[in-house]
Design a protein around this ligand. Structure first.
Ligand SMILES: *[C@@H]1O[C@H](CO)[C@@H](O)[C@H](O)[C@H]1NC(C)=O
Ligand SMILES: *[C@@H]1O[C@H](CO)[C@@H](O)[C@H](O)[C@H]1NC(C)=O
Ligand SMILES: *[C@@H]1O[C@H](CO)[C@@H](O)[C@H](O)[C@H]1NC(C)=O
Length: 369
């Protein structure tokens, strides 16, 4: 066969393949615009009413909520957080940014959460209150570049949930470094949920999360220099009227990112029994635990280790209180490898930072299981 014929065959094959792909995703799924953030990270601007999150069977009759009934923006002073969303994503009106190939980012979603009693290979550090029902939790926290092995993961997260080992409803959001999910060792913002059908997933790898803003995707990588943090101030809060669970970014910019619809849950209708914030790591099967936070134990210098500050909760009446005004537990299951230091800042900070703590550590081979 001549080269021309082979080329023609290949072209035909490619055309066939691409038209098949078009038929499968349907014309409404064609992105109006795309943003390539880096390497293989691309966001497609998808019609908000046709976003993959709505494909969940429990959301057949769901009406999209465009913004929370009660805004959580008031009284927040925006910070110097310009680095966070430097690379502007701005989808056209009526569309939302969806990470392309999301499903590929989830080969093996290791499922564990701070509400379960059995957490083989996981370690947690932070604070938690079981004194619900709560309508939300918020905190300000930083993420750092760390060296994490291919089969390890390290998280900084805020979470809400109800139930325990047998049946749990759970939502968490924050930073994670998780090469088995993302295929790289960068810090990513993420969201995770587990619903009433016993299923759930990270980010938008499965349907369920409804993205509402056209500017800030739930899941996004950060390219960080060693020792230079990125900050997030997140609130996970239940809408007073719809009972959907919103995630709102309270640092600059103030943005309601989206929500997990109430239809996904059966134990969260009247609030969450548990709220918490902190670091979580997953050890490799060989038993080595990765670093958490900055990889350093908390010391006198509160900038040397990772922090959570201004940690607050919404009580059952949606009133906002410091987390230590509720019955609160300290979580530290592996003090050889990680540390937790509550409220040890300089005096001027103690008022500014609200309820805060430093945490983290190097991990290693003797952290226990
Ligand atoms: C959607 O509405 C129809 C008609 O009211 C109802 O039969 C069906 O169960 C609903 N589906 C869900 C998932 O709520
Ligand atoms: C952040 O960006 C805004 C607008 O680009 C600018 O006015 C402001 O000074 C910046 N803040 C800091 C702390 O860099
Ligand atoms: C993205 O690209 C990096 C290398 O550039 C690769 O390691 C990673 O597996 C890719 N991720 C996906 C989901 O394709």
């Amino acid at each position: 066969m001549s080269t021309e014929i082979i080329m023609a065959l290949i072209m035909n094959l490619l055309l066939l393949l691409s038209s098949a792909a078009l038929v499968r995703s349907g014309p409404s799924m064609l992105p109006l615009k795309s943003f390539k953030i880096s390497g293989n990270v691309t966001y497609d601007c998808i019609d908000i009413y046709n976003q993959p999150g709505l494909d969940h069977p429990l959301l057949k009759n769901h009406t999209i909520q465009m913004k929370p009934s009660v805004s959580r923006f008031e009284f927040k002073n925006p910070t110097d957080n310009n680095k966070t969303y430097k690379k502007k994503i701005r989808c056209p009106d009526g569309t939302v940014p969806i990470l392309r190939n999301s499903k590929d980012y989830i080969t093996n979603p290791q499922y564990f959460h701070p509400l379960s009693h059995e957490r083989p290979g996981a370690h947690i550090t932070g604070v938690r209150s079981n004194n619900g029902p709560f309508r939300g939790v918020e905190g300000w926290f930083n993420g750092y570049a760390l060296n994490i092995g291919k089969d390890e993961a390290s998280y900084s997260e805020i979470y809400i949930g109800s139930g325990s080992d047998e049946e749990v409803n759970f939502i968490s959001a924050g930073f994670m470094i998780n090469p088995s999910v993302f295929g790289d060792g960068r810090v990513w913002s993420y969201g995770f949920w587990h619903g009433k059908d016993g299923k759930g997933c990270y980010n938008t790898a499965c349907p369920g999360f409804v993205q509402v803003t056209r500017e800030v995707p739930l899941v996004k990588p950060f390219d960080l220099k060693p020792g230079v943090p990125v900050w997030l101030r997140y609130s996970i809060h239940q809408d007073k009227y719809t009972e959907n669970w919103w995630i709102t970014l309270l640092s600059k910019p103030n943005v309601d990112i989206g929500y997990w619809p109430k239809e996904l849950f059966n134990l969260l209708n009247n609030g969450a029994n548990v709220i918490g914030v902190g670091g979580v790591v997953k050890a490799s099967p060989s038993g080595s635990s990765p670093p958490m936070g900055t990889g350093k134990f908390p010391t006198e210098d509160e900038r040397a280790s990772a922090m959570f500050t201004n940690i607050e909760a919404l009580n059952s009446n949606y009133e906002q209180r410091k987390i230590d005004s509720f019955h609160m537990e300290k979580l530290l299951d592996s003090p050889n490898c990680y540390g937790l230091s509550i409220g040890k800042g300089k005096p001027f900070q103690r008022t500014q930072l609200g309820f805060f703590f430093n945490y983290g550590g190097p991990g290693g081979n003797s952290c226990g299981v």
